[in-house]
Write a protein that binds this ligand. Structure first.
Ligand code: F3S
Length: 395
């Protein structure tokens, strides 16, 4: 890969050890993927910061890597292992808290925004159309490419951190226009009222064989719908970009080759995403982290109820601050629900704490089963709220 004189000097260690190592990572990546050069990015989003996931080895790596230097561009981080303010009340142990705090502080000292969230676009890291960024976290990458119109590969936590330090990324994959063309048209033949975007993401992933889809029939989808669709599609496939008629790439023509998604495909998705049984002991909303609209919807729908099951809504601390000010947090917590921050279903140790978790996210379903070994019930927000109120699932 071609390097400019300044990039060579970074690689030679003239700007310190952290930048040298970061450049080494980017050059290795560029060589593997055949990138011709590095290109500037306007922001980075780093995953893999949960102590529960990365352990002492990961913590030691970060301590060493972040000894010196600061990030060169706006950088945000994914959720960690626990709510940094309510960990004790939630039953997490102090050692986990201290180590998680240590990770966030290390990153914060390097200039990273210390607000762990997988929806960085709700806390000010929101690239414009055609901006190149280096983001990890598949749901956020897919949302950024498809809904915001940014250009990002699906980075790992380490490559995103290296890009944050240098302010550049190797130019390959989805940074190149020729790799971004839609490859298959997906016609959604399901009425809007019966459409669940998490289930749809799963159904589309099964039909397109990792080709970039142009999805026709998403008219009327809300920003929350597109967020859940992005998360689901990127969990069950390697796809990090999709097109839709009224998205940022509205002038792009849908490909001639196509497939259809019918109600029966969504029913199969529901069957796959939901386990047997009725009883629910935890309802988890906010994967990806909830928007303020979603928090408000939950608050409104819970009015006048008392909950029979635990209800956790995970969001960023920035969104929770707005929710606090608007009175939504109080309204939710009055019913027994909790609005939580900094953590997520894929990065928090909850194994054995719950048996059946109801989720409105196909991605949460994947991790609740895989990481925490829960049985899951999957359905839309209304069904999940119903389950929290009744303590049981009603189809
Ligand atoms: Fe976010 Fe965790 Fe879900 S990172 S997308 S809440 S699995």
């Amino acid at each position: 890969m071609y390097l400019t004189k300044d990039e060579e000097r970074i690689l030679n260690g003239e700007f310190g050890e952290t930048k040298r190592k970061a450049m080494e990572i980017l050059v290795a990546l560029g060589d593997i993927y055949g990138a011709e050069r590095l290109i500037p990015v306007t922001s980075a989003h780093v995953s893999g910061i949960s102590y529960y996931n990365i352990g002492d080895e990961g913590l030691e790596f970060l301590e060493d890597f972040l000894k010196e230097g600061r990030v060169a561009v706006k950088t945000t981080i994914n959720p960690g292992a626990l709510d940094l303010m309510r960990w004790r009340e939630l039953g997490f142990d102090e050692d986990l808290f201290r180590k998680q705090l240590n990770i966030v502080e290390l990153l914060s000292k390097a200039g990273v925004e210390p607000i762990p969230t997988c929806t960085p676009y709700y806390i000010g890291n929101k690239p414009s159309k055609r901006e190149h960024v280096a983001w990890a976290e598949s749901s956020a990458v897919t949302y950024a490419n498809s809904v915001l119109g940014a250009y990002s590969n699906r980075e790992s936590g380490i490559s995103a951190l290296a890009s944050a330090m240098i302010g550049k990324t190797p130019c390959y994959g989805l940074h190149l226009d020729e790799n971004r063309a839609p490859q298959i048209t997906v016609k959604v033949l399901v009425e809007k009222e019966r459409l669940d975007y998490g289930a749809l993401g799963y159904a589309v992933s099964k039909k397109v064989d990792n080709k970039i889809p142009y999805v026709v029939g998403l008219k009327g989808a809300s920003d929350d719908d597109l967020r859940y669709f992005s998360a689901s599609l990127s969990t069950y496939s390697a796809i990090s970009l999709f097109y839709y008629e009224w998205g940022p790439w509205a002038n792009v023509e849908p490909p001639k080759d196509g497939v259809e998604v019918e109600l029966s495909d969504l029913k199969s998705a529901y069957e796959y995403l939901s386990d047997e049984g009725k009883e629910v002991d935890l309802v988890w909303v906010g994967c990806p982290h909830a928007s303020i609209e979603e928090v408000r919807t939950v608050a409104m729908r819970l009015e006048g109820h008392k909950l029979a099951a635990e209800l956790w809504i995970t969001t960023s601390r920035a969104v929770k601050n707005i929710s606090d000010r608007m009175g939504y947090t109080k309204a939710i917590e009055k019913t027994g629900g909790k609005v939580l921050c900094d953590m997520c279903v894929a990065s928090s140790p909850l194994k054995g704490r719950f048996k059946v978790v109801a989720v409105n996210s196909a991605k949460a379903c994947y991790y609740a089963r895989g990481l925490n070994k829960f049985n899951v019930k999957f359905g839309d927000l209304n069904k999940c709220i119903n389950a929290a109120v009744r303590g049981e699932w009603v189809d």
